[in-house]
Design a protein around this ligand. Sequence first.
Ligand code: ZN
Ligand code: ZN
Length: 124
Amino acid sequence: MAEEDLQDQTLTCSDCGIQFCFTAREQAFYSERGFVPPRRCRTCREKRKSSAQGVPKLGPGAHSTQSAPTDTKERQYFQIVCASCGVETTVPFKPDPQRPAFCRKCYVSRKRNSSSERTASSES
Ligand SMILES: [Zn+2]
Ligand SMILES: [Zn+2]
């Protein structure tokens, strides 16, 4: 790519339709960095640049995703069907196939109820 071959080009802005000069110097600059030739005039590029900064593309609430907890990725969840109420849920531990799995709600209520029963009928 010899710079001497480059000549000023007249391009038409795809935004406002005016013709603008894409100089040989700019062409060299663009090709050097692997950029594609601009499709918009300088005015429109500046306009888009400034408007892009003012209006976030992701819309409102984009900032809240930045502080999303990352520990959920490391924690593994297992899908279970509650043996008591039959609801499908996930538990943060590997369910024991020997024991029935319960959802959080049933687990807590059973634990509370069985604590008195267990002492009465001691398992062998
Ligand atoms: Zn333009
Ligand atoms: Zn349940």
